[in-house]
Ligand binder design. Structure first.
Ligand code: PNS
Length: 160
């Protein structure tokens, strides 16, 4: 059984993430979507809130497990029998940092590959930060996130 791991902050999950999850799930037998509990990163949503939103967003996709992890990604991957880490690439601007992370992870554990999937064109502009910024100005983000995520954003931003 081939297991892949799609890690991220998912603060919050966007339609771009869901697109990658759907496509990766169709390639691997098992896909773990893992929320990083990254203490150095300021998040709008708690890890539990991010997990809840993710679980609802991928509930119709088969072969998915949603989890969270703390600490080194490659350690979590190794402990869970992961063959490949899947990352989405939106643009050349993503490449430099992603290459650095993939190379570091490969150095830490050469047994785990990083595979990049190009984000679908319609989501190439999309990021969680952009969604939070737009929602913060009171504009609709309905074409960028699922309805339950937009509801949570509006609640968090006191716009209900
Ligand atoms: O959605 P993001 O914020 O781009 O995801 C980044 C993430 C969570 C994949 C990255 O920060 C990560 O792997 N964190 C775990 C800690 C770790 O292993 N760091 C070394 C990676 S080079």
């Amino acid at each position: 059984m081939r297991t892949a791991l799609y890690p991220g902050s998912f603060d919050p999950v966007t339609n771009g993430h869901i697109d990658i999850i759907r496509r990766a799930a169709s390639i691997f037998d098992r896909l773990i979507v893992a929320v990083a509990v990254n203490k150095s990163k300021e998040a709008m949503f708690s890890p539990d809130e991010r997990l809840e939103m993710l679980r609802e967003a991928v509930s119709d996709i088969a072969g998915i497990e949603v989890a969270s992890f703390d600490g080194l990604l490659v350690k979590y991957a190794r402990d869970n029998g992961v063959t490949a880490i899947v990352k989405g690439l939106r643009a050349i601007s993503d490449f430099e940092f992603e290459l650095q992370m993939a190379s570091t992870n490969h150095k830490l554990d050469p047994g785990i590959e990083t595979l990049f999937m190009m984000t679908s064109n319609e989501y190439s502009f999309l990021s969680s930060s952009m969604v939070k910024e737009i929602a913060g100005y009171g504009a609709s983000v309905s074409c960028m996130v699922p309805p339950h995520v937009e509801r949570r954003l509006r609640e968090r931003l006191g716009m209900n």
